[in-house]
Each structure stands twice: as C-alpha cells, then as structure tokens.
Design a protein around this ligand. Structure first.
Ligand SMILES: Cc1cc2nc3c(=O)[nH]c(=O)nc-3n(C[C@H](O)[C@H](O)[C@H](O)COP(=O)(O)OP(=O)(O)OC[C@H]3O[C@@H](n4cnc5c(N)ncnc54)[C@H](O)[C@@H]3O)c2cc1C
Ligand SMILES: *[C@@H]1O[C@H](CO)[C@@H](O)[C@H](O)[C@H]1NC(C)=O
Ligand SMILES: *[C@@H]1O[C@H](CO)[C@@H](O)[C@H](O)[C@H]1NC(C)=O
Length: 644
C-alpha cells in the first residue's frame, strides 16, 4: 500500500532562502586574482555575515523564546502509566496531523529539541521515531522490572543559571529537574602489575586540578600546562558555533587565509590529536592515561581524538555533573507536550524508509514503513535526527546519494568506536550495597592506544580476554526518586569497547532470535565483566539478580545507529579541519533537508542540544542562540519567578 496523506503542492509555510548557498562558486585563490576579486567578495560576504550574526535575524519572524514559559514542576517520575502514554504513541495514519510545517526523523534530544523550538515559533511539527518508545539515547527500558538508561549517564553544564539549564527549562516549561551528582564525579582506576591506583575527578576546576596534583606531586607543571590548554581551547566553543552559522564561502576564505587558525586556539587544536598534545608534555605514561580517561565518552581513541573535542568534554563535566530526577525518560516526557501545543505529534514505531524528493530534487516529505506497507507524508521541511550516515547512506534516494555533494560529504566523516553494555539488576538498596552516584573507569594498561588497537584487531573469541577498559555506573544510585520507585533494588551498567564486525553476522535477525552462538558470545562478555566487577565491588557477591547485554546490534536495532556506533561521527582530527567542521552543518546539500542532533555539533546531551539550536536557527532564519540569551538576561534581571 502506498498512500498520500497530504497535498505536496501546498504552499510551504517556512521558506528556505540560503538553500543554494552551498553551491556558490568557491572564491578563487590564485594570488593575483585574489586582490581584486577577493576584496570585493570578502566585503559582500562580510556584510552577509554581519547580517546573519548581529542583526542575526529577521525580526519579523516569530521569536521562539519571546517569553519565559517555566511553571512550577510536577513531582517527577511517579506515574509510569502517564509516562508511557506520552512516550509510546504508535504511528497510524489517523494520528498524522494536517498541514505540517516540518517532519523530523528521530526523537533523540536533537530531534525533540528542534521540534519544540519550531513549535514555540508557531510551527506544527511531526516527529517520527522508529523505536516503540520516544527519546533516542534518552529513552529508558525495562529489564526484570527495573529501569535502565540508554545514553545519559551524567551531563554537565546544567547548573541553575547555566545556558543549557535555561534552554532545557524553556523547551520543557521548567519541568526537568536535575540532581547534582556530587564530587568526585568520576573515579579512574588503573589496575596494573603493581596493584591498583585510584584517581578521583573532583567537581570544580580548582578541586579537579588539586586532586590530580595530589596523585602526581612531581608532575604539577605538566598538569598546569594541560589545564591551561583545555581552558584556552574551550573558550572557542563559540568559534565552533560561528563556523556553522557564517556563510560557507566566507569560512573557506578565512580558512585559506589562515585567519581561523591564527585567531582561534579551538581551530588550531582541532586538528591535533589528544595523544600528540600529551606527548608534548613532560608527563609520565600514567598521567597521560589518567588525562585521557574520558575518551569512551566521545568514542575515539587518544591517538585519533581531536584535542579540541577532548577539551570540550573535559570542560563539559568540570563544574559538576547532573542526572535527570526520575530517570532520563523524563527528558522526552516533558518536551513532547510542548511539541503538541501547536497540533504537532511524536509518533513511535514509525520507521522512515526514505526522504521524498520532488522533481527539482528538493526534500518534500518522508516515506514511512507501516504494517508491511508504506505511507508517504508530505511536508515542506524535512529534518533528520538520524545522523549523517543513516540519513545520507540509507534515507536518500539513490540518485541523490550518489551526487558529488553527498559523496564528498560522506568522504569527510567516519563512525566512531562501538561499545557493548552489560545491564545488572541487584537486590539491595544503594546504602546496603555501598553504591555511589559517581562513575568508575577502569583501565588495565596505561598505553590506551596500544591496548585498544590490539584489542580491536583480535577475533571476538580472543578479544574477551583482553578488554582494555570498563565504564561502570549505577543509574539507580543517581536518581533521588529511585528508592521510592524501586525500593530495595538497584542497577549497575558496565560499558566496554566492542567491534560491530564481531556481531555483524547476526545483523538481520531480530534481537530475540539470534540463536545460541550469539548468546554464547554475549555470555563470554558477561563473564569477563562480572569477574572485574566482583574484584572491584566484592560486596555485590550474591546480590546479582539478573544480567543482560546490549550489543552493537541492539544499538543498531533500538537507536538505528548504522554501525552500532556510540556517538555518531567519530571526532577524528583529520575530519576536524575547519572546512569540514563548517560543511557539516544543519543545512544539507539537499534543499529543504536539514540535520539536527549530535552530528551537527558534538556528541553528548550538550552537543545534541547545540545541534538543535543550529538547526532551528537555520530554518527560522533567526539566531535562536541570541534569542535565548536575551530572554535569559531579561529573566535574570527581573525579580525571581515563584517556582513552587
Ligand atoms: C551508551 C551511551 C552512553 C552515553 N553516555 C552519555 C553521557 O553519560 N552523557 C552525555 O551527555 N552523553 C552521553 N552519550 C551521548 C548522548 O547520549 C548522545 O550524544 C545524544 O543523546 C545524541 O542525541 P541525538 O538526538 O543526536 O541522537 P539519538 O539520541 O541517537 O537519536 C536519534 C534517533 O533517531 C531515530 N531514528 C534513526 N533512524 C530513524 C528512521 N529511519 N526512522 C525513524 N527514526 C529513526 C533513532 O531510533 C533515535 O531515536 C552516550 C551515548 C551512548 C550510546
Ligand atoms: C532476567 O530478566 C529477563 C528480562 O526481563 C527475564 O526474562 C528473565 O526471566 C530474568 N531472569 C531471572 C533469573 O530473573
Ligand atoms: C584510528 O584512525 C585510523 C586512521 O583513520 C583508522 O584506520 C583506525 O581504525 C582508527 N583506530 C581506531 C581504534 O578507531
């Protein structure tokens, strides 16, 4: 069956100027032509840039952040039934709203946030999610009656008064409530031939540095130098935003002139690897390992990781970490009603098979799989939260996929490392079991690059004996509402690196029908994980009630990550050349098709939210970053609003 729900000829509500900017002729570089042509073009581009950045916007277009919409929060996470009603609205023709302004593929935080911003600007938006539950990496799932997170273990930069906190408040009407996770927020454990050493990472820059210096008293100079670089680079977060807003030919021009590298430490460090930067410090192998401990968060090993992205992530957690009260499904639960306010909807079990293009090659809707049939939904704007690979390799019709624009785009990026998760149900409360809200990263080798490369080169049967690190976290210990929701029970999650190829042969099987070899492989990873866990937390012996595994295939199935990758495109220095960073932006090479989420900015809650801000700015032709900042300064100047 193939039906048409809406008239494709309906006038578009949001117009899309600037869509052709990508095809603008590149400014000639030849030295002599330069002087004449370059100056004139430079001037025009400068004017265009100033208009876009400062005047920023068309003030006649609706401002999504015109007023402070926070209201007193409801009690979080208590009514599970009410939650499911919002998070599991299965797709049917009848549920598709009329007169759509935009359709979003994927309900991760990047998709929900852009839909909510557009709704706040008066648009009617439909979000389509392939999984049965909305939320993407923010969705939770049940195991043995307990609840587990998918991809939000801790988030930074969410102090009251911070930009992200304020942003999330405005798209959830103040309903999200963030629990502070205390200090230290991470503990790094190095397990070596000479025994175990533990390194706590404390909240707050001063305590963080102090903690490192206490553990490495002879390496204070290296620590200071490293922190200075981290701070200098992260001042350039704004440069990354600018790079994705200013017209592409302008970026190319500035890049060729060397202006970007000259003025921005962020741009300079983006193309240096973490391992290279550390090798220039007078640091011991052990200190280097501790300074690199966070690499699993961005999914690239130190030698392949861009120092700028590393610094962003260090800075992300530096001032303390937070967890959503009531669990991470609270995020989608409170954003969805905002999308519904203008007649929009978030529908699940709705796999988008392809993006529809009109005869001029512009996106005009999506084709959705439904009960073995297909339904076409038309919309003047299509936004993809499904990531660069999925969108360009799988969702575009073949002709568009093979176009030079898309192929050169795909050639610039590659997926990051994949992981395997072990979910453990425990009998006993946080207190009885001695569980903490902080996370533990345990390493068995101080040469992380070498250990990881060796591990990933092994066959799956050998690999299980050489797992180079584990990330261990207790979701139940972080959520202050857990003890009321699940008394005398707890959860732990362990994450370890894994190759998608080890599991690939089962990729076409549904998760519950993969057979005994697959189960045996998963069991071998469970055994390896449990033996590490019991050495680290002997008090858990006899308390384990149930253990299960999420492999890269589960991530492919539930999150539609094409290679089971954890963090979208890899943050590899070769791929972080300024022109690549600038090219990977919300506007795709296909007119009317936009990207949102982690691939547009960086991974993490914070990165995906910035992706949504960039995407909505492009579509609304307003600088919504500025709109938010203006609202925030207005609100903080006014007397405090009563929130309870
Ligand atoms: C195991 C793990 C641990 C992590 N830990 C942290 C952490 O502690 N802190 C932190 O800040 N970040 C963490 N992250 C990263 C963070 O969760 C992500 O960067 C962020 O949530 C990504 O958001 P997104 O909206 O870009 O994409 P996603 O959340 O991946 O959303 C994409 C959505 O699109 C849907 N989709 C894809 N294709 C289709 C299609 N064809 N049709 C319909 N729907 C489709 C998917 O099902 C998915 O719901 C972690 C990630 C993982 C995987
Ligand atoms: C473990 O959890 C799974 C999924 O919820 C369930 O099917 C299984 O029976 C549980 N096993 C035990 C020992 O409780
Ligand atoms: C590191 O980067 C190189 C070059 O891009 C790549 O071949 C290799 O697979 C990467 N290693 C890991 C572990 O990602």
């Amino acid at each position: 069956m193939s039906g048409t729900l809406h008239d494709p000829g309906r006038p578009t509500i949001v117009s899309i100027p600037g869509a052709a900017a990508q095809q603008d002729p590149e400014v000639a570089v030849m030295m002599w032509l330069w002087a004449a042509l370059g100056l004139v073009t430079g001037f025009i581009l400068l004017m265009a840039t100033v208009r876009r950045l400062v005047l920023g916007c068309h003030w006649d277009r609706p401002n999504p952040f015109a007023e402070d919409v926070r209201r007193p929060p409801l009690a979080p996470g208590t009514d599970q039934e009410a939650r499911w009603r919002v998070l599991k609205q299965a797709f049917s023709d009848a549920q598709v709203p009329d007169q759509l302004d935009a359709v979003v593929i994927g309900s991760g935080i990047g998709g929900l946030a852009v839909a909510a911003i557009l709704a706040k600007a008066g648009k009617r938006v439909l979000v389509l999610e392939q999984h049965a539950v909305a939320g993407g990496c923010c969705h939770t799932f049940g195991r043995d009656g307990l609840e587990f997170d998918t991809g939000i273990h801790y988030a930074g930069q969410l102090k009251k008064g911070s930009f992200c906190h304020f942003f999330l408040d405005q798209i959830s009407e103040g309903q999200l409530n963030w629990a502070y996770l205390g200090s230290p927020f991470d503990v790094v454990v190095l397990e070596g031939p000479n025994g175990r050493r533990e390194f706590p990472m404390y909240s707050g820059e001063k305590a963080y540095v102090q903690g490192l210096k206490e553990k490495f008293p002879h390496e204070e100079a290296a620590i200071d130098k490293y922190m200075k670089m981290v701070k200098e680079v992260t001042k350039g977060t704004l440069h990354l935003v600018l790079l994705k807003i200013i017209p592409l030919p302008m970026v190319r021009l500035l890049d060729r002139l060397g202006v970007l590298a000259f003025f921005s430490p962020f741009m300079r460090a983006a193309t240096q690897s973490l391992a290279d930067v550390l090798s220039q410090l007078p640091a011991s192998q052990e200190l280097k390992a501790v300074l690199s401990y966070i690499h699993p968060i961005y999914g690239v090993i130190p030698k392949n990781a861009s120092f700028s992205i590393h610094a962003l992530l260090i800075n992300y957690f530096l001032e303390g970490t937070f967890y959503p009260r009531g669990g991470s499904s609270e995020i989608a639960f409170h954003i969805i009603p905002v999308i519904q306010q203008t007649g929009g909807a978030v529908l699940t079990s709705a796999t988008v098979k392809s993006v529809l293009l009109d005869s001029a090659g512009r996106a005009c809707g999506v084709r959705v799989k439904k009960n073995g049939g297909l339904v076409d939904i038309f919309s003047p704007i299509v936004i993809s939260n499904a990531g660069i690979f999925h969108t360009y390799e799988r969702l575009l019709p073949e002709k568009a996929r093979c176009s030079p624009g898309i192929q050169s785009y795909l050639g610039m990026v590659q997926p990051g490392v994949s992981t395997l998760c072990v979910f453990i149900c425990l009998r006993g409360s946080k207190k009885n079991l001695g569980l903490e809200a902080n996370n533990c990263y345990i390493y068995f080798d101080t040469d992380i690059d070498q250990a990881m490369e060796r591990y990933l080169s092994l066959s799956r049967d050998q690999a299980v004996e050489h797992i180079p690190y584990f990330f261990i976290t207790s979701p139940s210990a972080k959520d202050p509402t857990w003890k009321d929701r699940f008394p005398d029970q707890s959860t732990l999650m362990m994450m370890l690196p894994a190759r998608y190829e080890w599991f690939e042969e089962w990729q076409s099987e549904p998760p519950h029908k993969t057979g005994s070899d697959y189960e045996a492989l998963k069991d071998s990873f469970i055994d390896a994980s449990m033996s590490v866990l019991m050495k680290l937390y002997p008090q858990l012996e006899g308390k384990v009630h149930n253990v299960s595994v999420g492999s890269p295939l589960s991530r492919q199935f539930f999150l539609a990550a094409p290679h089971g990758e954890t963090c979208g495109v890899g943050h590899n220095p070769n791929h972080l050349q300024p022109h690549v960073l600038a090219t990977v932006r919300a506007q795709s090479p296909i007119p009317n098709l936009y990207l949102t989420g982690q691939d547009v900015f960086t991974c993490g809650l914070f990165g995906a939210l910035h992706g949504a801000l960039l995407c909505s700015s492009t579509i609304l032709q307003r600088n919504v970053h500025l709109d938010l900042l203006q609202l925030q300064s207005r609100v903080s100047a006014a007397p405090p609003k009563r929130m309870n």
